[in-house]
Design a protein around this ligand. Structure first.
Ligand SMILES: Cc1ncc(COP(=O)(O)O)c(C=O)c1O
Length: 453
């Protein structure tokens, strides 16, 4: 069957099923939705039927189910996670990547995509204010993989001993996971100030203590845009401390890397150019469908340890003639050309256009904070830095938790949840410039009243 017929069916099923959902999420319980999913699969004989139903029915059934049962990040009442509504040009370009299936590990599977990714990395290194002639990097699946790569490169240059990593209490859990995977001997949480930023004096004291104990400080991880509050650690001061101790500095800018696109917010990430490695996710601020992470190193030599020779992928004589892929840039072998959809967005909007979207999300967060402060039934817990607002309905933890589930069950709103200082909080993570923050907050207040009764 021709691809265009199937694409027409996807678009039709998307429109029909989004209308059936009628809101940011379907108004069902998790058990009801799971039963519906199983029923649709059972209509065809299960997830792996003996005989297939054919392409049109399969595309129609699975797409309809997926779309009906989605949390739609483009809906103005969906604002829970760092989960952006992708731009249509990125989605469209990604179709060609799926159809041609280029794999970046060897030149003969992805002749143009290999250069597209190299150019993307150079451009983003320039945005980060690394020297693009010295820097290097790779497209990753996102912040978790970028954090793993940053810590791996740091580990590989560290001397033997008890090897420890330092990051703020607000750092993403993938740092812990990466350290465990890499056989490191622990991650030390550094105290934060009242605005949830890492305290450089506490970092310096911890590094000195580590050295006095005869241990090896492997890496400092600073966060530009924490998951919970969007706090940006003081990067320049942290770079001073890391360099005074000769320790690798990785900046997890999965979210806050977007500030580099905005003239207004770029000063927040001053000092990022002094990092040894940086991770930025274009599937957060970037409006590219996941996965669209980018890992950068200030000095290309740091990635030399990843170089791999495989007779079937990059024999030396092919490489000498220019037939070289990107095997030596990544931990993965088969690797999708996620660079294409990112480059489409960068070309379509340019840095200025993307910066305007970042600014609009930041403005929305400021407006949401003003509305929260003005509403006696709400309490602002963490004012916005980037585009995250943390707040509470003025009642106990149980009411805050229950009102969020009520909104999901009713299909009315998707609001985030976290815990700060031991209290359950609600969170708006604003990556959609079209989010209706006033209606979202009044839905929260109404659900809070209903749950408090
Ligand atoms: C600060 C930070 N780092 C890393 C990650 C992990 O990113 P990913 O889910 O793309 O692996 C997240 C996810 O939200 C994040 O907020």
């Amino acid at each position: 069957m021709r691809l265009n017929v199937l694409i027409d069916e996807v678009l039709r099923a998307m429109a029909e099923s989004a209308a059936k959902r009628g809101g940011p999420v379907p108004a069902v319980t998790p058990a009801e939705l799971a039963a519906r999913v199983r029923a649709v699969l059972d209509e065809a004989g299960g997830a792996l039927p003996d005989s297939g139903t054919g392409p049109l029915e399969a595309v129609s059934a699975i797409t309809s189910l997926l779309v009906y049962g989605s949390a739609d990040p483009a809906d103005p009442a969906c604002a829970a996670h760092l989960h952006c509504p992708p731009l249509p040009e990125a989605v469209a370009a990604d179709l060609a990547v799926s159809a041609l299936n280029p794999s970046l590990d060897s030149w003969d599977q992805a002749p143009a995509a290999v250069t597209l990714e190299r150019e993307l990395v150079t451009a983003l290194a320039g945005l980060t204010r690394f020297d693009p002639g010295r820097a290097s990097g790779t497209v990753t699946t996102g912040g978790s993989e970028s954090n793993l790569m940053g810590l791996m490169l740091a580990r590989d240059r560290a001397p033997a001993g008890r090897r420890r990593v330092f990051c703020s209490q607000g750092a993403h859990f993938s740092i812990q996971r990466a350290a465990a995977l890499l056989g490191l001997d622990g991650v030390e949480p550094i105290a934060t100030d009242a605005t949830h930023r890492m305290d450089p004096a506490s970092l310096a004291a911890a590094l000195t203590g580590c050295e006095r104990a005869g241990d090896v400080p492997v890496a400092v991880v600073a966060t530009a845009g924490t998951t919970d509050t969007g706090a940006v650690d003081p990067l320049a001061e942290i770079a001073d401390v890391a360099s005074a101790h000769g320790v690798w500095l990785h900046v997890d800018a999965a979210h806050g890397g977007g500030a580099l696109l905005s003239d207004r917010l770029a000063p927040l990430v001053r000092g990022i150019e002094r990092a040894d490695s940086v991770g930025i996710d274009l599937h957060k601020f970037g409006w590219v469908p996941a996965a669209a992470g980018v890992f950068l190193v200030r000095d290309a030599g740091a990635m030399a340890g990843l170089e791999t020779r495989a007779a079937y992928l990059n024999p030396a004589d092919d490489v000498a003639e220019g037939y070289d892929g990107l095997l030596g840039q990544s931990l993965r072998t088969t690797r999708r050309a996620d660079c294409a959809k990112i480059l489409v967005v960068l070309r379509s909007l340019g840095r200025r256009g993307l910066g305007e979207l970042v600014d609009r999300c930041h403005d929305l967060a400021l407006r949401a904070a003003d509305l929260i402060v003005a509403d006696p039934e709400l309490e602002l817990v963490a004012p916005p830095v980037l585009s995250t607002v943390v707040f509470r309905y003025r009642d106990g933890d149980e009411v805050n938790a229950a009102l969020r589930r009520r909104l999901l069950r009713q299909g009315r709103a998707v609001v985030g949840r976290t815990e700060l200082d031991g209290r359950v909080c609600l969170k708006l993570t604003l990556l959609n410039p079209e989010t209706d923050v006033a209606s979202l907050l009044s839905a929260v207040v109404m659900a809070g009243r209903e749950e408090s009764r």
